[in-house]
Design a protein. Structure first.
Length: 164
């Protein structure tokens, strides 16, 4: 072999398979020709552009940027304002969102109320059975078999109570 990028095989006693392997190794890019390294830091999801790409706000080398980005995960409008992990592949013109920063785990004993709100109707359905809440204040529970179990009093209240 003569230089770093030249391979002389004509007088080489290597087998053809070894020669092929060596040729493949010589075709690999040298470290100085590889893609530039990436830089990771925290930014904020600021919205979406007209094409649907996420817009991120971040500070890099003392300068604040607001740019359209690419993402490795599905993002929604509900996530706007959340912190995200951003990677710059080469420069600040190519931000990539690689994750969302998660809030700390809350105490499992901390009781909270989950509220599901709708302006018209909410329906929880599985097969033919459902529970439905409507804007007029009606609550409908339907099913082939409905069971009500109480460890204390099981009370039905209303201005009138109709059974069958």
């Amino acid at each position: 072999m003569s230089s770093r990028n030249t391979l002389v095989i004509d007088k080489d006693p290597m087998s053809p398979s070894m020669q092929n392997l060596l040729r493949k190794e010589m075709k690999r890019p040298s470290p100085d020709r590889r893609a530039p390294s990436s830089t990771s830091f925290v930014g904020c999801l600021d919205g979406f552009d007209t094409e649907g790409y996420p817009i991120v706000v971040f500070t890099h080398k003392g300068r604040e940027y607001r740019k359209s980005a690419r993402s490795t995960l599905k993002l929604t409008q509900a996530q706007v304002g959340l912190e995200c992990l951003i990677q710059l592949c080469g420069d600040a013109d190519t931000p990539v969102i690689s994750g969302l920063i998660q809030p700390p785990l809350t105490d499992a004993n901390n009781e909270t109320t989950a509220i599901i709100r709708s302006d018209d109707q909410i329906r929880l359905q599985c097969g033919d059975a459902y529970i439905e809440l409507t804007i007029d204040g009606s609550v409908r529970i339907r099913g082939d078999y409905v069971e009500s179990v109480a460890y204390g009093a099981n009370r039905l209240k209303g201005s009138s109570v109709k059974i069958n």
